[in-house]
Write a protein that binds this ligand. Structure first.
Ligand code: ZN
Length: 443
């Protein structure tokens, strides 16, 4: 089962979570039926791609845009394609804008260090590489009730009938749906959403159904705050000094083995290519995928444990940008680590919604460099990865713990929240440091 949550409510309002029931196989009652679906999908995807490109390059994404391209699809299917394309383009634009902001922050950071003369040897100026427009490779149709209708079956052999409009005018496809016991259990007593997703994987078609559920939040705004720092050495560190999960040890060993295997494979490929061999062994790695799954499971366990041990607290966690993730994952297999790191905040948000706990994102800028006692903010406070040691007041502790305490303090810090960009955050922190020095009679 997959889950999703909606974000348009406040942290103390009831959260609506959408639970998806996946992997429901479309019964191939007769081969011809699903061939009609294949034909439809081909035309649908091509059209959807045209709108994705349009919405990524020329127009703002608009779910209700008037049809522009010609297609053999019905007008209803045409509208569904526009809607899906707008969704894809919107998230692509958001991610690109975020990445560009990260790049701008990186560049600022670089220039700052260059002026200070504190650049590490071998560090290069950040460069921006323009993103490609997304290409729809997988067959995925997000349909609504205008084109696909799900109805309970009166016949006891099947649970539902799926009625799908096809390319042929007024000709509909009737596909029987048989649920597995665990699907039936998951859907018992629920109102199924009218939008459904159809996926083609391998030789089969699969259906995803979903239902909504409202979860009240039981955390009061006055509840104690626990800050949570996200990292590699410790997946989570809470501001009361506990650590949950780690990438080190077993996971890291597996990752090393996997990388070695991929290196050997790449060598083999290069060698075969030289010899003019046409069909080369694939570069994708099964063990790599298994490892990624294993990491996600370890993360889920760590997040679960953290919530279980803080049932009455509200959780503050960082808004992790690509740049922060890269920074945290540096000197390692950046891509693998970074993509896994991104799973942690998602998991935190989901767990909070599911449990009815308030979890609030705060700014991540300088959480690892700011002294949680005197607010002095500098790279020099981090003499190594694990230790934080303030060069002004001498406060010294585990680096992740110092960050978690900063994160805790940032919940409800409206002044900091209002800062636009890293530069403004740093200026504010240094201003607070100055105030701290005056208050404490520091020379
Ligand atoms: Zn300090």
């Amino acid at each position: 089962m997959k889950q999703r949550q909606r974000h348009h409510t406040g942290p103390y309002d009831p959260q609506t979570i959408t639970r998806a029931v996946t992997h429901i196989r479309l019964e191939a009652a007769n081969a011809g039926k699903l061939t009609a679906l294949d034909d439809l999908a081909q035309v649908y995807l091509a059209l959807c791609q045209q709108y994705v490109t349009l919405f990524c390059t020329q127009e703002r994404p608009n779910k209700l845009r008037a049809p522009l391209f010609t297609t053999p699809l019905s007008e209803r299917w045409h509208r569904v394609a526009i809607q899906q394309a707008a969704g894809i383009a919107r998230s692509w634009r958001t991610n690109r804008a975020q990445a560009y902001q990260d790049y701008a922050d990186d560049l600022l950071d670089y220039q700052e260090q260059e002026t200070e003369g504190t650049l590490d040897a071998g560090v290069q100026e950040p460069a921006w590489k323009e993103w490609n427009v997304p290409t729809l490779r997988q067959t995925c149709i997000q349909a609504n009730a205008n084109v696909v209708v799900l109805e309970p079956s009166q016949d006891s052999t099947f649970d539902y009938w799926l009625t799908i409009s096809t390319l042929a005018f007024r000709k509909q496809l009737l596909v029987p749906i048989k649920l597995a016991d665990y699907h039936r259990e998951a859907l018992k007593g629920k109102t199924i959403n009218s939008s459904v997703t159809l996926n083609k994987r391998g030789d089969g078609w699969w259906l995803t159904l979903s239902y909504d559920k409202a979860v009240p939040v039981h955390t009061a705004p006055s509840a104690p705050v626990v800050g949570v720092d996200v990292g590699i050495a410790n997946f989570l560190t809470s501001s009361d000094g506990k650590h949950y999960g780690t990438f080190y040890g077993k996971l890291r060993e597996r990752q090393k083995r996997d990388r070695e295997k991929r290196r050997r494979k790449a060598k083999l490929r290069a060698c075969l290519k030289k010899k003019g061999v046409k069909k080369l062994p694939s570069t994708s790695s099964k063990s790599g995928q298994r490892l990624a799954r294993h990491v996600r499971q370890s993360i889920n366990r760590a997040v679960n444990q953290c919530f279980t041990e803080h049932p009455d607290a509200q959780i503050a966690y960082e808004h992790l940008s690509v740049a922060t993730m890269k920074y945290k994952a540096r000197a390692m297999n950046a891509y693998l680590y970074a993509s896994n790191l991104a799973h942690i905040p998602k998991q935190l948000a989901w767990n909070a919604a599911k449990r009815g706990v308030a979890a609030i994102k705060v700014k991540s800028a300088y959480t690892s460099q700011e002294c949680s006692v005197c607010h002095y903010t500098a790279r020099a406070n981090r003499s190594n990865q694990q230790t934080f040691c303030c060069v002004v007041c001498g406060y010294s502790t585990h680096a992740d713990l110092n960050a978690a305490i900063n994160i805790e303090h940032r919940l409800g810090d409206e002044e900091l929240r209002a800062c636009r960009g890293r530069k403004a955050v740093k200026a504010l922190l240094m201003q607070r440091h100055k105030a701290w020095k005056q208050q404490n009679g520091w020379p």
